[in-house]
Design a protein around this ligand. Structure first.
Ligand code: C2E
Ligand code: MG
Ligand code: MG
Length: 347
């Protein structure tokens, strides 16, 4: 649009394209419903040659799509930087695995009843050569999009198996749970491979727990559910993670192979101050226990929250109030002290 004087003009044009296209129309007696996502780049700020401008416009177009489509978005330096970071991350992820840049941190889970450390959740960390420690939120979504999540997930399982084997040699019997991405479940050989990983390491499945997000648990096929059930019959624990944020088919809770449900952080965030938040959490706890599963509260940050959750009947607690994620060595010495405390009743 050569006559455009300023970005606001371009936005007006983009709106005039996106809006009418989103109106359903009739074609040969069928109602057709389509949409358009528009990315806007301005010459000469965002490029001068047509190729450069198109490339620049692509970035906000993907953002517009990501935000649900049927809208427009303007190029910005922040968007471009974010896009570049995504490309860099994508490229670096594959090599990072080869170079051994990943680490597992373990976060203790404590039993409310005994104060003892009942298990740990394995949380992935990326020791990036230039940027330092990167948390999973900055690379798991990208790994999921590129498919590298499968290799990453295999590495996590192998690492969990090796820690458990080491503990077993030392006579430590403690369960580790790890997170499984929905994309991993898409692969038909995923669960058999998991079984082999732990069998090869000589680790009984009773020491292993897999965490699936609510939506993944609800969406997986009958065939996958059958395989999960078989693993569970051999001792594996199954947990639903971030419960309360996805779309739960409550009826399915009755039949799902399920041991524990982890209440999402957002559910428990306001329980000290909000009566409504307490009512909701209490109802969810009743529901979960009603179907025979245990309740884990995660991201518990203070003693007030922990006390309320204990009184409400939560079984297990995980959160900064007791301990954050730690690397294996620190975790082992932390749990040694914690268990001593629990035994002497000081926890
Ligand atoms: P998640 O499985 O729900 O893990 C709990 C997250 O809460 C962790 O963040 C943990 O560090 C954090 N957390 C623990 N205690 C507290 C607390 O008291 N307060 C607050 N505010 N946060 C707390 P992290 O390690 O950044 O992991 C984020 C998410 O990344 C995880 O959420 C999980 O969905 C995903 N993730 C982590 N490791 C893996 C992995 O190996 N594979 C896959 N597919 N996803 C992973
Ligand atoms: Mg988790
Ligand atoms: Mg969670």
């Amino acid at each position: 649009f050569p006559k455009i004087e300023e970005p606001a003009d371009a936005e007006r044009v983009a709106r005039r394209i996106a809006l009418p296209i989103s109106e359903p129309f009739e074609l040969h007696g069928h109602s057709i419903d389509i949409g358009a996502s528009v990315g806007v780049a301005v010459c000469p700020d965002h490029g001068v040659a047509i190729e450069g401008l198109m490339r620049a416009a692509d970035i906000p177009m993907y953002r517009a799509k990501q935000q649900g489509g049927g809208r427009y978005c303007l190029f910005s330096e922040e968007l471009a930087a974010e896009h570049q970071r995504k490309i860099d991350t994508e490229a670096a992820l594959g090599e990072a695995l080869q170079r051994g840049e990943f680490l597992l941190a373990l976060q203790p889970q404590l039993s409310f009843a005994t104060g003892e450390v009942s298990g740990a959740e394995a949380l992935l960390r990326w020791n990036h050569p230039r940027e330092g420690l990167r948390l999973p939120g900055t690379f798991i979504p990208i790994a999921e999009q590129t498919g590298i999540i499968a290799d990453l997930g295999d590495w996590v399982a192998a690492e969990v198996a090796s820690v458990l084997a080491e503990w077993q040699a030392q006579g430590i019997k403690r369960r580790i749970s790890f997170n499984v991405s929905p994309r991993q479940l898409d692969r038909s050989d995923f669960l058999p491979r998991m079984r082999a990983t732990f069998a090869d390491a000589g680790v009984p499945l009773s020491l292993v727990e897999m965490e699936f997000t609510e939506t993944a648990a609800m969406e997986c096929s009958e065939a996958v559910l059958d395989e999960i059930t078989a693993l569970r019959n051999d001792g594996l624990s199954i947990a639903i993670d971030d419960f309360g944020t996805g779309f739960s088919n409550i009826a399915r809770l009755r039949t799902m192979p399920l041991d524990r449900v982890k209440l999402d952080q957002s559910l428990i965030a306001d329980i000290e101050t909000s009566e409504k938040a307490r009512v909701v959490v209490q109802a969810v706890i009743q529901l979960v226990k009603g179907v025979g599963a245990e309740v884990v509260a995660e991201a518990v940050e203070n003693v007030a929250q922990a006390d309320i959750l204990r009184a409400m009947g939560c079984d297990t607690v995980q959160g900064f109030v007791f301990a954050g994620p730690m690397y294996e060595e620190e975790f082992t010495s932390w749990t040694r002290n914690a268990d001593r405390g629990a035994r002497s009743g000081a926890a």
